[in-house]
Ligand binder design. Structure first.
Ligand code: SF4
Length: 241
Protein backbone atom coordinates (compact mmCIF):
# COMPACT_ATOMS: atom_id res chain seq x y z
CA UNK A 1 0.00 0.00 0.00
CA UNK A 2 1.24 3.42 -0.92
CA UNK A 3 0.45 5.77 1.93
CA UNK A 4 2.56 8.49 0.44
CA UNK A 5 5.38 7.82 2.81
CA UNK A 6 8.34 5.92 1.62
CA UNK A 7 9.18 3.07 4.00
CA UNK A 8 11.97 4.15 6.29
CA UNK A 9 11.32 7.86 5.90
CA UNK A 10 9.77 10.12 8.50
CA UNK A 11 6.44 11.87 8.11
CA UNK A 12 7.14 15.37 9.36
CA UNK A 13 3.48 15.78 10.36
CA UNK A 14 3.86 12.94 12.83
CA UNK A 15 6.80 14.54 14.49
CA UNK A 16 5.42 16.91 17.07
CA UNK A 17 8.66 17.68 18.72
CA UNK A 18 12.33 17.03 18.73
CA UNK A 19 11.78 14.65 21.59
CA UNK A 20 9.29 12.58 19.62
CA UNK A 21 11.61 12.56 16.64
CA UNK A 22 14.44 11.21 18.68
CA UNK A 23 12.21 8.60 20.27
CA UNK A 24 11.12 7.53 16.80
CA UNK A 25 14.69 7.27 15.56
CA UNK A 26 15.66 5.45 18.68
CA UNK A 27 12.90 2.92 18.07
CA UNK A 28 14.30 2.37 14.58
CA UNK A 29 17.70 1.73 16.06
CA UNK A 30 19.20 4.88 14.58
CA UNK A 31 21.80 6.58 16.69
CA UNK A 32 21.34 10.28 17.02
CA UNK A 33 24.46 12.31 17.48
CA UNK A 34 23.96 15.69 18.98
CA UNK A 35 26.33 18.49 19.72
CA UNK A 36 27.28 18.36 23.38
CA UNK A 37 25.21 21.44 24.22
CA UNK A 38 22.03 19.83 22.81
CA UNK A 39 22.43 16.51 24.52
CA UNK A 40 20.23 15.57 27.47
CA UNK A 41 21.41 17.16 30.68
CA UNK A 42 23.35 14.70 32.79
CA UNK A 43 21.05 12.61 34.97
CA UNK A 44 22.01 12.14 38.58
CA UNK A 45 21.34 8.45 38.98
CA UNK A 46 22.98 8.25 42.36
CA UNK A 47 20.82 7.01 45.21
CA UNK A 48 18.64 9.65 46.90
CA UNK A 49 20.40 11.17 49.83
CA UNK A 50 19.65 9.20 52.97
CA UNK A 51 19.07 10.89 56.29
CA UNK A 52 22.19 10.28 58.34
CA UNK A 53 21.70 7.20 60.48
CA UNK A 54 21.19 7.89 64.15
CA UNK A 55 24.19 6.66 66.11
CA UNK A 56 23.60 3.78 68.50
CA UNK A 57 24.09 6.10 71.44
CA UNK A 58 22.98 9.55 70.34
CA UNK A 59 23.84 12.49 72.54
CA UNK A 60 21.21 15.00 73.62
CA UNK A 61 21.51 17.10 70.48
CA UNK A 62 21.28 14.11 68.16
CA UNK A 63 18.37 12.71 70.12
CA UNK A 64 16.47 16.00 70.06
CA UNK A 65 16.96 16.22 66.32
CA UNK A 66 15.87 12.61 65.82
CA UNK A 67 12.71 13.14 67.88
CA UNK A 68 11.73 16.42 66.24
CA UNK A 69 11.88 14.81 62.79
CA UNK A 70 10.64 11.37 63.84
CA UNK A 71 8.15 9.60 61.58
CA UNK A 72 8.38 6.19 63.22
CA UNK A 73 4.66 6.03 63.88
CA UNK A 74 1.53 7.53 62.37
CA UNK A 75 1.25 10.22 65.06
CA UNK A 76 3.78 12.37 63.24
CA UNK A 77 1.03 13.18 60.73
CA UNK A 78 -1.25 14.89 63.22
CA UNK A 79 1.16 16.51 65.68
CA UNK A 80 1.75 20.22 65.85
CA UNK A 81 5.19 19.53 67.23
CA UNK A 82 6.98 16.85 69.21
CA UNK A 83 7.15 17.17 72.96
CA UNK A 84 10.65 16.09 73.83
CA UNK A 85 10.66 16.67 77.57
CA UNK A 86 11.93 19.41 79.85
CA UNK A 87 14.12 19.87 82.84
CA UNK A 88 17.49 19.00 84.23
CA UNK A 89 19.38 16.56 82.06
CA UNK A 90 21.36 15.39 85.09
CA UNK A 91 18.29 15.05 87.27
CA UNK A 92 17.94 12.50 90.05
CA UNK A 93 14.20 12.34 89.33
CA UNK A 94 12.71 11.41 85.98
CA UNK A 95 8.96 11.91 85.83
CA UNK A 96 7.30 9.93 83.05
CA UNK A 97 3.75 10.63 81.92
CA UNK A 98 1.63 9.28 79.14
CA UNK A 99 1.53 11.50 76.06
CA UNK A 100 1.06 15.15 75.15
CA UNK A 101 -2.46 16.55 75.27
CA UNK A 102 -3.78 19.40 73.17
CA UNK A 103 -2.08 22.12 75.20
CA UNK A 104 1.22 20.24 75.39
CA UNK A 105 1.10 19.67 71.63
CA UNK A 106 0.58 23.41 71.15
CA UNK A 107 3.30 24.51 73.57
CA UNK A 108 5.79 21.70 73.09
CA UNK A 109 6.05 21.09 76.83
CA UNK A 110 4.79 18.15 78.89
CA UNK A 111 2.37 18.53 81.80
CA UNK A 112 0.97 21.99 81.28
CA UNK A 113 -2.49 23.18 82.27
CA UNK A 114 -4.24 22.25 85.52
CA UNK A 115 -2.71 18.78 85.74
CA UNK A 116 0.71 20.29 85.19
CA UNK A 117 0.12 22.82 87.97
CA UNK A 118 -0.80 20.02 90.34
CA UNK A 119 2.34 18.12 89.36
CA UNK A 120 4.32 21.27 90.14
CA UNK A 121 2.67 21.39 93.56
CA UNK A 122 3.53 17.74 94.17
CA UNK A 123 7.14 18.41 93.24
CA UNK A 124 7.24 21.49 95.43
CA UNK A 125 6.16 19.37 98.37
CA UNK A 126 9.39 17.44 97.81
CA UNK A 127 11.43 20.66 97.44
CA UNK A 128 11.73 19.85 93.72
CA UNK A 129 10.65 21.75 90.63
CA UNK A 130 10.79 21.61 86.84
CA UNK A 131 14.37 22.80 86.84
CA UNK A 132 15.58 20.05 89.15
CA UNK A 133 13.71 17.06 87.65
CA UNK A 134 13.29 15.90 84.07
CA UNK A 135 9.76 15.41 82.76
CA UNK A 136 9.02 13.29 79.70
CA UNK A 137 6.26 11.15 78.26
CA UNK A 138 5.94 7.65 76.85
CA UNK A 139 4.92 9.26 73.54
CA UNK A 140 6.50 12.40 72.12
CA UNK A 141 3.52 13.16 69.86
CA UNK A 142 -0.10 13.75 70.74
CA UNK A 143 -2.59 10.98 69.99
CA UNK A 144 -5.65 12.48 68.27
CA UNK A 145 -8.52 13.40 70.59
CA UNK A 146 -6.32 12.50 73.56
CA UNK A 147 -7.02 8.82 73.11
CA UNK A 148 -4.79 6.27 74.82
CA UNK A 149 -1.52 5.51 73.06
CA UNK A 150 -1.66 2.39 70.91
CA UNK A 151 0.86 -0.31 71.66
CA UNK A 152 2.62 0.05 68.32
CA UNK A 153 3.01 3.79 68.95
CA UNK A 154 4.46 3.19 72.41
CA UNK A 155 6.80 0.56 70.98
CA UNK A 156 7.94 2.90 68.21
CA UNK A 157 8.61 5.72 70.65
CA UNK A 158 10.27 3.62 73.32
CA UNK A 159 13.78 3.99 71.93
CA UNK A 160 13.57 7.77 72.46
CA UNK A 161 12.56 7.38 76.08
CA UNK A 162 15.12 4.64 76.66
CA UNK A 163 17.83 6.93 75.37
CA UNK A 164 16.64 9.75 77.62
CA UNK A 165 16.82 7.38 80.58
CA UNK A 166 20.31 6.26 79.57
CA UNK A 167 21.49 9.86 79.25
CA UNK A 168 19.95 11.07 82.49
CA UNK A 169 20.69 7.99 84.59
CA UNK A 170 18.12 9.06 87.17
CA UNK A 171 18.10 7.79 90.72
CA UNK A 172 14.34 7.33 90.53
CA UNK A 173 11.68 7.13 87.85
CA UNK A 174 8.23 8.25 88.89
CA UNK A 175 5.67 6.70 86.57
CA UNK A 176 2.67 8.98 86.56
CA UNK A 177 -0.60 7.32 85.65
CA UNK A 178 -1.67 3.96 84.28
CA UNK A 179 -0.25 4.20 80.77
CA UNK A 180 3.20 5.31 81.93
CA UNK A 181 3.32 2.63 84.60
CA UNK A 182 2.12 -0.19 82.38
CA UNK A 183 4.40 0.76 79.51
CA UNK A 184 7.50 1.25 81.65
CA UNK A 185 7.01 -1.94 83.58
CA UNK A 186 5.48 -4.06 80.83
CA UNK A 187 2.51 -4.90 83.05
CA UNK A 188 -1.25 -4.80 82.61
CA UNK A 189 -2.15 -4.15 86.23
CA UNK A 190 -4.06 -1.04 87.28
CA UNK A 191 -2.23 1.76 89.09
CA UNK A 192 -3.83 0.71 92.38
CA UNK A 193 -1.95 -2.57 92.18
CA UNK A 194 1.33 -1.19 90.86
CA UNK A 195 1.74 1.62 93.38
CA UNK A 196 3.18 1.06 96.82
CA UNK A 197 6.10 -1.03 95.52
CA UNK A 198 9.57 -0.09 94.32
CA UNK A 199 9.90 -1.71 90.88
CA UNK A 200 13.10 -1.85 88.87
CA UNK A 201 13.87 -0.88 85.32
CA UNK A 202 17.44 -1.87 84.51
CA UNK A 203 18.27 -1.44 88.18
CA UNK A 204 16.70 2.02 88.34
CA UNK A 205 13.96 2.18 90.99
CA UNK A 206 10.51 2.93 89.58
CA UNK A 207 7.60 4.10 91.71
CA UNK A 208 4.08 4.39 90.34
CA UNK A 209 1.58 7.04 91.30
CA UNK A 210 -1.68 8.49 90.09
CA UNK A 211 -1.82 10.95 87.23
CA UNK A 212 -2.51 14.50 88.43
CA UNK A 213 -5.47 14.68 86.04
CA UNK A 214 -6.97 11.77 87.98
CA UNK A 215 -6.17 13.46 91.29
CA UNK A 216 -8.02 16.55 90.11
CA UNK A 217 -11.08 14.37 89.59
CA UNK A 218 -10.52 12.33 92.75
CA UNK A 219 -8.88 14.61 95.32
CA UNK A 220 -9.42 12.01 98.02
CA UNK A 221 -6.56 10.01 96.43
CA UNK A 222 -4.03 12.79 97.02
CA UNK A 223 -2.97 11.33 100.35
CA UNK A 224 -2.06 8.06 98.61
CA UNK A 225 -0.15 10.01 96.01
CA UNK A 226 1.84 11.73 98.74
CA UNK A 227 2.73 8.34 100.15
CA UNK A 228 3.96 7.34 96.67
CA UNK A 229 6.14 10.42 96.50
CA UNK A 230 7.60 9.65 99.92
CA UNK A 231 8.31 6.09 98.77
CA UNK A 232 10.06 7.43 95.66
CA UNK A 233 12.03 9.89 97.79
CA UNK A 234 13.16 7.10 100.08
CA UNK A 235 14.12 4.88 97.11
CA UNK A 236 16.21 7.65 95.61
CA UNK A 237 17.76 8.91 98.82
CA UNK A 238 15.96 12.27 98.44
CA UNK A 239 15.56 14.02 101.75
CA UNK A 240 11.99 15.23 102.24
CA UNK A 241 11.90 18.28 104.49
FE1 SF4 B 1 8.11 9.27 66.54
FE2 SF4 B 1 7.26 8.92 69.02
FE3 SF4 B 1 6.19 10.82 67.53
FE4 SF4 B 1 5.65 8.29 66.98
S1 SF4 B 1 5.09 9.39 68.86
S2 SF4 B 1 6.23 9.88 65.48
S3 SF4 B 1 7.60 7.30 67.49
S4 SF4 B 1 8.32 10.74 68.22
Amino acid sequence: MNDGIARGTLNPLMIQSEQQRRAYLDALGIDVWLPRDQADPPVDDSQPEQAPALPDSPDWGQLEKAVSSCTQCALHQSRTQTVFGVGNRNADWLIVGEAPGAEEDRRGEPFVGRAGKLLDEMLKALSLDRQTVFIANILKCRPPNNRDPKQDEADACRSHLNRQIALIQPKIILAVGRIAAQQLLGRDDPVGRLRGTVHRLDEIPVVVTYHPAYLLRSPSQKAKSWRDLCLAAAASGTHVR
